[in-house]
Design a protein around this ligand. Sequence first.
Ligand code: SF4
Length: 280
Amino acid sequence: MPKRLLNINVIIFIFRIGNLLMDKKLISWMGVAITNHDFTPRGYQLEKRYFSTFIKADDIAFYVFCPYTTLLKFVESKKAKFPKKLHWEGLHKIHFILHKFGVAPAEEVIAEIKDYERKPKLKEFRELAIKLVAAHKDSVKPNENVLEYVEVRSEALGVHEKIPLVIDNHPVIEYFVEMVLPPSYEDQLRLTLYALLLEEKFNIDIDYGFAEYPLMKVSHKIQIDSDLRKDAITKRAEMEKIIIEKKVDREVPVDIKKCNTCYYQDECPYWRRGKIQFFV
Ligand code: SF4
């Protein structure tokens, strides 16, 4: 390369770096990226505030599914259309009672359900609740160390969450369906964020969590290792970058099958295109 051209390129490079450094928001994102390189056992310092926004653990699962969901929710204020999880709230309550107080109190709650023969939905709920108790009958004992809806807000991670179930300090994701899926990467990331939040709140170490299918008596134990912790923080940083820059700076191939299962599909203008280009 001619020397003069080389000098011009060097000047342009320095100018660009200068511009980047003037953007304080970007500096904060870069700070996280740098932190990731020399990862500490916890992965970050509690007293620092790395992010200027707050997300929920579910958002990181959506981000992994498609980065565009982050842009839709946090930049364009679009709302996902979640399917109704029929009976989930009631089944969670029975599941919580089973683990916290044991089988008898859960059966007493079910015995209080009256008039179910005339009400099909109530009847369906009762049948599932009975199935849930039967699945736990031989395995649960009253346990004081069971918590539900643990509210946690981490300034350092920029994450706030209500963790639905925590058993002996281990976070649990519940799926009240009559089938079992293998643990997904999204589950792993959600549980990792739950664990990071609980570690910060209670000043403890958490090595694993569970993705549980209570109706099917199946519980996947998920190890929360340093790779997952690093992944969760890196993905959090990538989400921050999208929110701050108001764009996803890479092409995301559109998989129509995936889009058809996406809760943001009704609000997403990009899935119809052959490819997605994000510049807002
Ligand atoms: S509809 Fe498709 S492109 Fe749009 S957010 Fe969902 S997965 Fe991404």
